[in-house]
Design a protein around this ligand. Structure first.
Ligand code: GTP
Length: 602
């Protein structure tokens, strides 16, 4: 197929606006899959099915006939959640256009706005599509109005479809052919290919998804990475239809999967340029390594599970190059790892996969963002050039007298909400130390708010809180906005006067009092009563801010059960024993494994 008849595109949408459903319909209409088959072909992982969100981008090549000519349409699937927004941008780098899919009942949401600007900033052609027009409460006219006032989109550009019922699918395919340009590629010249995603296969190692920008690539050729300089022999090439279809060659304009015995996905850097060995080319622009934003410690329940957990983490990170891994150890939890994630959902998805795919149930500590601390000058740190240090683990926070200034990461948050929830949402943002940037009416009962917010205030439960106070109607997205100076302190936790570093956190000084009170109350709820009294204290710089006591309980849970119902009694004892298994002894106190992460949720 000549380059002029190739189109590369993505569907971008807010969560649940129907991206996977539309992708299925496009596959059916182009004959790639049979109608009525398994739904949501592109969402492969079990986690994705359960949570209904796309985590890992998947891609498919479709053939479509238009005006008696065959076109190759490369659909590049993108994840639909704030945590994964840089997976969206990497997928977009291989596209010339996007379908901006908006639910015609929900209207424009925070991720619609964020995705629009990502596409707009990449100079992509945008095809606005309203989905779910079959819904009783659909209001396409109103949503069209929103698109017009926010993005200057003209009403006659907007397509109206129902992905579920298969209405208007041809209009989408036609728009892709007629409105999008073909990729700017050259079939002649040395190979230049963009690596934009990777996955791991047990037998073939890392499989990299590439977009060939120039030249061609054949099985058996030797390739080299511009970034790592490493060389590989191409073992397999395939198109995704969406099942793999082996081919001998990929040519400029095509998207395909390369197997080249790459052992670790850390070598498959997204945004990297691939060329033939010995034919050096200038790297494609836009290489941006993925940066984890949220860090947490992962420890085995007991050290006998260390080897298994290590192998599970290794296997999972092979498939998810966005997770960073460092070895770590903690006085109370022993040998473990410190992992970096794109956000809290990414962390939760990772731990769910550890559990589902490898049966691992590790202890995960409270997540932390990356802080920066400027140390007071001493001979030592001036000599070592360590005056500003980065800290992703509260346990490593320096003593107050060593700190000259501390800094925390900020984001610009976008919230879209019906205006009746404005009051509680503004209070929530204030409570989270947010400063309003602006507010825009997007139609007569919806408003878009933008706030400067500290990242640490939104990583744990901000999204959940926002959903709760707006009955699910408000939506949220954010982008990084650098570091600011901030008065931060480390809040420690003592259990019977023993400091438990794994429970410590970094808080803003103005919030330490209220946070301390909440923290000890929360721990009192989470930690079960035991044989001894437990004093739970929150401390900042040696000063106790709050205290709660967990009273000792009676020894035998079955004591109160009268008479001889032996089975009942056995069952209770068994339950108690099973409950114990998930506990970890810390400072002579059994602490449930979820404590470390639950303690920061409200
Ligand atoms: P993420 O993968 O999380 O981004 O979600 P998604 O955007 O892929 O949404 P998905 O396709 O999973 O659809 C979300 C829900 O909307 C599902 O329950 C679909 O059945 C439903 N849905 C999708 N399209 C339509 C439509 O045209 N009409 C109606 N009534 N429901 C639809």
């Amino acid at each position: 197929i000549p380059v002029e008849r190739i189109r590369n595109f993505s569907i971008i949408a807010h969560v649940d606006h129907g991206k996977s459903t539309l992708a299925d319909r496009l596959l059916e209409h182009t004959g790639a899959i049979k109608p009525g088959g398994q739904n949501q072909i592109l969402d492969k992982l079990q986690v994705e099915r359960e949570r209904g969100i796309t985590v890992k981008a998947q891609t498919a090549s479709l053939f479509y006939e238009y005006n008696n000519e065959q076109y190759l349409l490369n659909l590049i699937d993108t994840p639909g959640h704030v945590d994964f927004s840089n997976e969206v941008s990497r997928s977009l780098s291989a596209c010339q256009g996007v379908i901006l899919l908006v639910d015609s009942n929900d209207g424009v949401q925070a991720q619609t706005v964020a995705n629009f600007y990502l596409a707009f900033g990449n100079d992509l052609v945008i095809i606005p599509v309203l989905n779910k027009i079959d819904l009783k409460n659909a209001d396409p006219a109103k949503v069209t109005q929103q698109l017009q006032s926010l993005f200057d989109i003209q009403a006659d550009e907007v397509l109206k479809i129902s992905a579920k019922l298969g209405i208007g699918i041809d209009s989408v395919l036609e728009a892709i052919v007629t409105r999008l340009p073909s990729p700017k590629v050259a079939r002649n010249g040395p190979l230049k290919a963009l690596l934009f995603d990777s996955s791991y296969d047990k037998y073939r190692g890392v499989l990299s998804l590439i977009f060939v920008k120039q030249g061609s690539l054949k099985v058996g050729e030797n390739i080299q990475s511009c970034y790592t300089q490493k060389q590989y022999e191409v073992k397999t090439l395939s198109l995704l239809r969406p099942q793999e279809q082996p081919v001998e060659q990929l040519v400029a304009g095509q998207i395909g999967l390369v197997g080249c015995n790459m052992r670790s996905s850390q070598e498959a850097l997204v945004g990297d340029t691939i060329h033939l060995f010995g034919q050096k080319v200038e790297a494609l622009p836009g290489f941006q390594p993925i940066r984890p934003m949220v860090f947490a410690g992962i420890y085995p329940m007991d050290q006998s599970q260390h080897v298994n957990l290590r192998s599970a983490i290794e296997k999972l990170t092979l498939n998810d190059s966005a997770v960073s891994v460092e070895i770590d150890s903690s006085p109370a939890l022993g040998q473990g790892w410190r992992l970096g994630f794109l956000g809290l959902l990414h962390l939760e998805v990772f731990s769910q996969r550890l559990n589902q795919e490898y049966g691992a149930e590790p202890i995960i500590t409270a997540p932390s963002v990356i802080y920066k601390v400027k140390l007071k000058p001493t001979k030592q740190n001036v000599k070592e050039g360590k005056d500003v240090i980065t800290i992703n683990n509260p346990a490593l926070w320096p003593e107050p007298q060593q700190i000259e200034e501390s800094f925390e990461p900020m984001v610009i948050g976008t919230i879209i909400t019906p205006d009746k929830y404005l009051g509680p949402i503004m209070s929530l943002c204030m409570e989270r130390r947010g400063v309003q940037r602006n507010a825009t009416n997007i139609d007569n009962d919806r408003i878009m708010l933008q706030y400067d917010l500290p990242l640490c205030e939104i990583v744990i439960d901000f999204h959940d809180m926002l959903k709760t106070i707006s009955s699910g109607y408000a939506s949220f997205d954010y982008e990084d906005n650098g570091y600011v100076s901030s008065n931060l302190v480390k809040m420690g936790v003592l259990l019977n006067n023993v400091a438990v570093e794994e429970l410590s956190s970094i808080v803003h000084i103005t919030k330490s009092q209220t946070m301390g009170k909440k923290l000890v109350l929360r721990l009192k709820e989470i930690i079960p009563r035991q044989m001894i009294n437990i004093a739970v204290q929150a401390v900042v710089g040696g000063k106790v801010l709050a205290r709660q006591d967990i009273k000792a309980y009676r020894k035998d849970v079955t004591q109160w059960l009268y008479g001889g119902d032996v089975t009942r009694r056995k069952k209770l004892l068994a339950q108690q024993a099973a409950g114990k298994k998930k506990m970890r002894m810390i400072a002579n106190i059994s602490v449930p494994r979820e404590t470390f992460i639950d303690v920061l949720k409200k």
